[in-house]
Structures are given as structure tokens and as C-alpha cells.
Design a protein around this ligand. Sequence first.
Ligand code: B4P
Length: 190
Amino acid sequence: MLNLVLFGPPGAGKGTQAAKLLEKYQLVHLSTGDILRSELAAQTELGLEAKKFMEKGELVSDAVVIGMIEGKIDSNTGAKGFIFDGFPRTTAQAKALDKMLEKKNSPITCMLALEVEKEELIKRLLLRGKDSGRADDQDQSIIENRIKVYNSETTPVKDYYEAQDKYQGIRGMGSIEDIFGRLCEAIDNL
Ligand code: B4P
């Protein structure tokens, strides 16, 4: 199985590149951001609880996100592999994911981390906020908070995979096609 963690700050292009990668490599895409937004749209209890955090640019609790992902992994028994997008975002989530995959005998193959400068992240997210209707993309102070939370709570996840010799940094600046090419090259060389 090919199990990839697509990593990077908000606006790095994770969702954008995941959509292209899953088509090419026939993987199942698990985006915790997308799952949480669909829970919110359906006004479930989980979605309404998550909303309080998402609208401030804070992380939703580990227990909620881990439970959600576990359910999705279990319901995709025939998958050739997974692209984890926006997850794990804390070291506790990374440890929980390792445990879930251990049970299936198919560990994370690699973490691919998109590296993008802060000014570019803010520019991309504000642009998306104009037409997506996503509240967390429309306010620069919420975007700045998401980047701050990423730097304090999420960057340690990089060290976690680096210690397992599974980390690869990928330049995330430039055109979507160029970045896709860099990701495919890294995957094909695994
Ligand atoms: P996410 O949905 O993961 O949102 P994101 O970090 O903003 O990244 P996304 O993947 O959507 O954007 P992308 O970079 O592709 O999280 C939202 C919230 O959910 C979090 O703040 C948190 O509250 C909660 N959450 C999610 N997962 C969680 C977890 N595991 N634990 C706890 N809480 C969690 O794209 C951004 C924009 O850039 C797009 O408009 C795209 O078109 C554009 N773009 C992409 N590549 C480009 C390029 N090369 N050039 C120009 N524009 C580009």
C-alpha cells in the first residue's frame, strides 16, 4: 500500500494537489478539513462542535479528529492506499495514525511537505475566500492565527516523521502543474 501524508501550512496547496494525486495513483483521499466541513453543512453535533474551533482558526480536538479518521480507514477496506490531507496536525494524531495503520500492517510510506512562503499563503487564502464562502478564508486575522497554530502545534509533526526517515520537503511555490510534477517525481522515486 502507498500511504502518503500531504503536509504543509494552510494554503500550501494540499487539497489542490491531493485531488490530482489520487486520480493518478488511485488512492483514497482523506481530508479532515473536508470531512469537518461536510459535518458542518449537515449540521451534525460533531460539525457544530467543530465550527467553534474552525471559525477561530484553532484546531478541533484530537479525540474528535482521530475518531473520524479511524472510521474512514475502516470503511475503505479495499483501498490501494490513502492520501492523508490536513491530518495528522499534532504529534498525538500522528501517533494515533501509526497505531491504526499498524493494525492493518501498512504503515505511512512517506510525508510530502509543501513549502510555501507566508505572504503567498495569505494571498492564496484571501483569494479563495472571495469566491468559496469559507468564513475562515475571508478574514486576514483568522488566516494569520491558522498559520500561527500551524507553527506552534503542527510543525512538530515534521520532526516525528523525520525521526522515522519518512520526511521529504517539496517546493510548493510556482504553478500547480510544476508542483504536481515535483510531487510525482518524489513518489515515483520512493
Ligand atoms: P483544511 O481544510 O485542512 O484547510 P487548509 O489548511 O486551509 O488547506 P487546504 O488544503 O484547504 O487549502 P490548499 O492549501 O489546497 O483545514 C480547515 C480547518 O479545519 C483548520 O483550520 C482546523 O480548524 C480544522 N481541521 C482540519 N483538519 C484538522 C485536524 N487534523 N486536526 C484538528 N483540526 C483540523 O489551497 C488553498 C488555496 O490556494 C486554494 O484556493 C487553491 O486553489 C490555491 N492554490 C493551491 N496551489 C496553488 C498554486 N500553486 N498557486 C496559486 N494558488 C494555489
